[in-house]
Ligand binder design. Structure first.
Ligand code: E4P
Length: 220
């Protein structure tokens, strides 16, 4: 199982990969995160994160045709080579679920090896199946957004798991540590969490009390 940070906030990314590096395998972003952070140029984002040992970076490739999405992936690949120098700095192209997106996934796999694609905005088993059939590396259901409209994201995860297996799922839109716990109990292969949730995963009152007691007893 692998854990990713879900953020486009540079300070947060720097701090998280400096402190939580033993547990993080990569970073996921999306255009809305960039918009919220005032990042208007993807080039500047790559420049700012270039030296941070992030591992696998997921960035959205947008476009309303297959060609435009593939073109965007080529640009992201170039930026990745140019700015990121750590050995495990691979890139995964996040592609919103659509017919053009599926065509782009197939196209990318046909013309290059070891391409990683994350088909994003998955809200049904059928969409997950179509994404994997096209050759996606990951299918990305957005749990919080699904729950927000009164649906049950854990049922969706169970359905995708039971039919397609859990290794390709990258669960996103995580709102709280209970989401993470439920996903772990279902052996979901990949989970991306906001920094706030990552920090909350560390907490347990008995751990804090135990450390206080050990410190007190050790110094006597
Ligand atoms: C990550 O891949 C998703 O884009 C992200 O988790 C969405 O999070 P949100 O639903 O909190 O915006």
């Amino acid at each position: 199982m692998r854990l990713f940070l879900d953020s486009a906030n540079i300070d947060e990314i720097e701090e998280a990969f400096e402190e939580y590096y033993p547990v993080l395998s990569g970073l996921t972003t999306n255009p809305t995160f960039f918009y919220r952070e005032g990042i208007i140029s993807i080039d500047s984002f790559f420049e700012q994160i270039g030296d941070i040992p992030i591992g696998e970076l997921h960035v959205e490739a947008m476009g309303d045709t297959c060609d435009k999405i593939v073109e965007q992936c080529d640009k992201l690949n170039e930026l990745n080579h140019h700015y990121r120098s750590n050995v495990d700095d691979s890139i995964a192209y996040k592609i919103p679920f659509s017919l053009h997106g599926l065509q782009a996934v197939e196209n990318l796999n046909t013309f290059a090896q070891n391409i990683k694609t994350n088909v994003h905005l998955i809200y049904s088993v059928n969409q997950a199946f179509l994404a994997l059939a096209a050759g996606a590396t990951y299918v990305c259901p957005l749990m919080g957004r699904y729950d927000d409209i009164g649906s049950d994201s854990l049922t969706l995860i169970d359905e995708i798991n039971s039919i397609l297996g859990n290794g390709s799922i990258l669960a996103a839109s995580i709102r709280h540590p209970s989401h993470v716990k439920s996903l772990l109990l279902k052996n979901v292969g990949n989970i991306t969490v906001p920094y706030k949730v990552l920090k909350l995963m560390m907490d347990h009152p008995l751990t804090e009390r135990g450390i206080l007691e050990f410190n007190e007893h050790e110094s006597r």
